[in-house]
Design a protein around this ligand. Structure first.
Ligand SMILES: [Zn+2]
Length: 881
């Protein structure tokens, strides 16, 4: 399908469904290639719809069997059916039942949308519009129904049969080979939250009693033999359930809660009511096969999907334009949970890194869109960092602006008022306007306007008047479809740092909201603080209080003082990042600035030396973040035009080497101090020690390759956990030579039976910043560990390569050609994974002219390929526009 032929769906065209489906009774007889689906729909006209309208049900690659209205076969003249649509021309204007028979082939479903069978497990993925691949339906989130589901399958092939809600019956089918279960979900839900699972699975189980006294049977299902790796996910589930009771007053509302891990899954996980389905990468964990990063991701994603039970399921979205209503809010909730469970500053730093790398780059390129898009051709392409991560930032700003009390009261009101409905952003914001007494009309612009705002700040001290005046101005660059931008509401958390620490903030400015927050809601403003006896250093955007770029011309010396003395840990970290980033941007633009880089390395090493010796051992997780330079993609985005990836890489490597050389002894001492012999534990404190130790290893490997290679090889051999082994491999990939190839081979042997670990092995190699990497990646595609049909493998090897700044952006264009060819090949089987991969081209316009032409040519080649999916055609078209 060519994208031009695809209709554009617009928010302003929304109107309610003409028909409603109150009840859905599904009877599904699972079979690998011939699954029979009978759907009995309890229907009625929607009072809010158009009377007398035909009934048009969505389908996708379906073929209709029998069709009955109130139990009677319908005459063929009364309806028409295509694979995409079932239309009843004149349905009765009353309640009636519609019984629809379809037959589907789960084994042939390589798109992994709807019902599919892979690795011998039947499972479903229905968000956003996969249910229409199972049965004809009003497949839109504002049609909410009560489901009863009977599943039947061969006992041997699928001893476990799960669906949403509570189990109400189970038994054998006469004949003895097949069995069935019946599930009832009393909570009305949209079709995208329907799920089923069938297969031979092991599980762990635990009872849980909610704060309001409901006994819940929790279970985590995994592939046979892997139950020993499900304990962490269960532990996370119990902790996040308690947290949601305590922090948001939300209790779970069914008698069972099931989590199932499957190995072939397009997304991270899916919040189906009472039956969350996960990519196994986000469930399975033990010290030998999961890193500290995996443990933290599992904790965050288990929580995220669980939290959707209220923010997404009990209250769902009216239409897909409101996706951020559930996603941005739920990301905010899972970020808060992780912050409470771990270190709040470290979590914030990690989240801001992700935001800048993924969302700021999206906002700066052709795929920029508002948190609530106004139009789409393919909704699957809008599960983006903007909707998720920026959407979460908007909630965080709202909380800061109205205060904790009004925020919690607003959430309570939202849960009370919108429970059981399909809501909008307006419904949501109205609750907070009510509890805070604020007009949130301008704040709502965050949902409408794309692009990353820039705050330009400057300050001046008047010694005689003992005042300090801060000038703030905001701008947002044009983005596709939005040439003119309006000022948004920006909460700027700040402090004025004097020689003895934070100075008291005294001002009569109406822009000062108290508690160290200025609200910048105009193009520019000035705030004057009184009783400022000494020239302070402004510490702006504490805790990263708004998702913006900040331009503030502080001398390196002032930034180093903030690093040493700021009471806000985020800005301590930010201060050194800014020093490094400025030098990297300068050297990335102009290689003759290398001398400045050496000077900067001296400053950074000077600040880091004391810090690593005195403070780092007490808070290693924070110190690990401090030691890590800004990413190369972030430097490229800051440069913004005529980007030469090789120059950025050279600058980045040069700065790292210099810092490593100057810190050499400190790094070795630090590694010794942190080298406890304690057995592995995934807790945040232990993970922090490993993180810092391994950051140090990376710097040593760059600055003293022989010593680094020796340490890495020794660490690989002595480690009792994957985190340290993988860090050894990553450090070794920086040092070309036989030792590296030996370690790569040893790693593959050690983990030959562990596909999820080999994913990391594939990615580590795909990220090597050397000219030979493309050939290496091509060779790895023939390795038994790789498969083009498994999304995790593709994301690791091909996605890893596309994230390799210098090699994806090879000057000869071969990197673009390779990825473009894979996108085209993959599109035939799995359009969603293909379109994600094509998103790697999103920053092509900022490249220097030579690479730009080559990238554009490959994008055009993809766009002109016949029979593209809607997913890929849409991304190609928008990226080129
Ligand atoms: Zn989500």
């Amino acid at each position: 399908m060519r994208s031009e032929d695809t209709p554009l769906i617009r928010l302003e065209d929304y109107r309610p469904s003409d028909w409603l489906i109150d009840t859905v009774d599904l009877d599904i007889a699972l079979h690998p290639t011939k699954t029979r689906v009978r759907a009995l729909l309890g229907m009625r006209p929607n009072p809010a719809g158009q009377p007398g309208a035909p009934l048009v049900l969505d389908g996708d690659e379906l073929s209709l069997g029998a069709l009955r209205l109130d139990g009677l076969l319908i005459d063929e003249s009364a309806y028409s059916a295509t694979p995409q649509k079932l239309t009843l021309h004149a349905p009765p204007a009353r309640r009636f039942t519609l019984m629809i028979d379809t037959e589907i082939d789960p084994s042939a479903n390589t798109k992994l949308m709807g019902l599919y069978r892979s690795s011998r497990v039947y499972c479903t993925q229905c968000e956003a519009d996969g249910f229409r691949r199972i049965s004809y339906f009003l497949d839109r989130p504002d049609v909410m129904s009560v489901y009863t589901v009977r599943l039947e399958a061969a006992k041997l092939a699928a001893p476990v049969l799960l669906s949403n809600g509570n189990l109400v019956a189970a038994g054998e089918v006469p004949g003895g080979e097949r069995h069935f279960t019946v599930w009832h979900d009393p909570h009305p839900k949209p079709a995208y939250l329907f799920a089923l699972v069938g297969g031979a699975l092991d599980h762990v189980r635990q009872n849980y009693v909610t704060a309001d006294g409901r006994s819940v049977e929790l279970a985590v299902y995994v592939e046979p033999g892997k139950a020993g790796r499900a304990g962490w996910a269960m532990d996370c589930l119990v902790r996040c359930m308690r947290w949601d009771e305590r922090v948001f007053g939300r209790n779970y509302d069914l008698d069972v809660f099931n989590v199932v891990a499957v190995s072939d899954f397009n997304m991270g996980a899916m919040e189906n009511k009472g039956l969350n389905i996960f990519n196994d990468k986000y469930v399975l964990a033990d010290p030998q096969t999961a890193t500290d990063g995996d443990y933290a991701s599992i904790e965050a994603i288990i929580a995220h999907e669980y939290f959707h039970n209220w923010t997404g399921n009990r209250i769902t979205c009216r239409d897909w334009f409101q996706l951020c209503l559930k996603e941005g809010l739920t990301v905010f909730r899972d970020q808060e949970f992780s912050a409470d469970e771990r270190s709040r500053p470290v979590k914030r730093i990690a989240d801001v890194r992700t935001l800048r790398t993924t969302q700021f780059s999206e906002d700066a390129g052709p795929l920029a869109h508002p948190v609530r898009p106004r139009a789409y051709k393919e909704i699957n392409n809008f599960y983006t960092p903007t909707v998720y991560e920026k959407g979460a930032e908007v909630i965080r700003m709202l909380k800061l602006l109205i205060g904790d009390g009004a925020f919690r009261a607003g959430m309570d009101l939202y849960f009370q008022r919108c429970d059981g409905t399909a809501a909008t952003i307006e419904d949501f914001l109205a609750c907070f306007a009510e509890t805070s007494g604020r007009d949130l009309a301008q704040f709502a612009l965050w949902y409408e306007q794309s692009g990353t705002p820039t705050i330009v700040a400057s300050g001046r001290h008047d010694a005689a008047a003992r005042t300090y005046t801060l000038d703030l101005a905001q701008t947002t660059a044009p983005t596709p479809g939005q040439p003119d931008k309006r000022p948004v509401v920006l909460p700027v958390a700040l402090g004025l740092v004097g020689t003895g620490g934070d100075l008291p903030l005294r001002t009569a400015s109406p822009a000062y909201a108290g508690d160290g927050v200025i609200v910048l809601d105009q193009p520019s403003l000035s705030v004057t603080f009184s009783d400022v006896a000494e020239p302070p250093i402004p510490s702006l955007l504490r805790g990263f209080s708004a998702p913006v770029r900040l331009e503030l011309d502080l001398a390196d010396g002032d930034l180093l003082r903030l690093f040493a003395a700021d009471s806000d840990p985020f800005n301590r970290w930010q201060a050194l990042q800014t020093v490094a980033s400025r030098a990297l941007v300068a050297a990335g633009r102009d290689a003759t600035k290398h001398n400045a880089l050496v000077a900067t390395a001296g400053e950074l090493a000077g600040a880091l030396g004391d810090f690593l010796r005195v403070q780092a051992p007490a808070d290693p997780a924070f110190a690990a973040q401090v030691l890590r330079l800004p990413g190369q993609a972030d430097i490229a985005r800051e440069i913004g035009a005529h980007v030469d990836p090789d120059a950025i890489h050279a600058a980045h490597r040069g700065l790292s080497v210099e810092i490593g050389l100057q810190l050499g002894a400190h790094l070795l001492v630090l590694r010794d101090i942190l080298n406890t012999q304690a057995r592995y534990s995934p807790d945040a404190a232990s993970a922090g020690r490993r993180a810092l130790r391994n950051e140090a290893l990376g710097l040593i490997a760059l600055s003293a390759p022989d010593a680094g290679a020796g340490l890495a090889a020794a660490q690989f051999s002595s480690a009792d956990n994957l985190t340290d082994r993988l860090a050894a491999l990553a450090a070794m990939t920086l040092v070309p030579g036989d030792a590296r190839e030996d370690l790569i081979a040893r790693f593959a042997q050690t983990y030959a039976a562990e596909p999820l670990v080999l994913d990391k092995w594939l990615m580590a190699q795909a990220l090597i910043p050397e000219a030979g990497t493309l050939d290496r990646v091509k060779a790895l595609m023939q390795h038994p560990a790789f498969s083009l049909t498994n999304p995790n493998r593709v994301r690791s090897l091909i996605g890893g390569f596309a994230a390799n700044l210098t090699q994806f952006n090879r000057a000869d264009g071969e990197g673009y050609a390779f990825v473009a060819d894979i996108v085209i090949a993959l599109d035939r089987t799995n359009p969603q994974v293909a379109s994600r991969l094509l998103g790697s081209f999103k920053s092509w316009r900022m490249l220097e002219p030579g690479r730009k032409v080559l990238a554009e040519a490959k994008l055009a080649m993809v766009a002109q390929t016949p029979n593209l999916s809607r997913d890929v055609a849409d991304i190609a078209e928008r990226t080129l526009a």
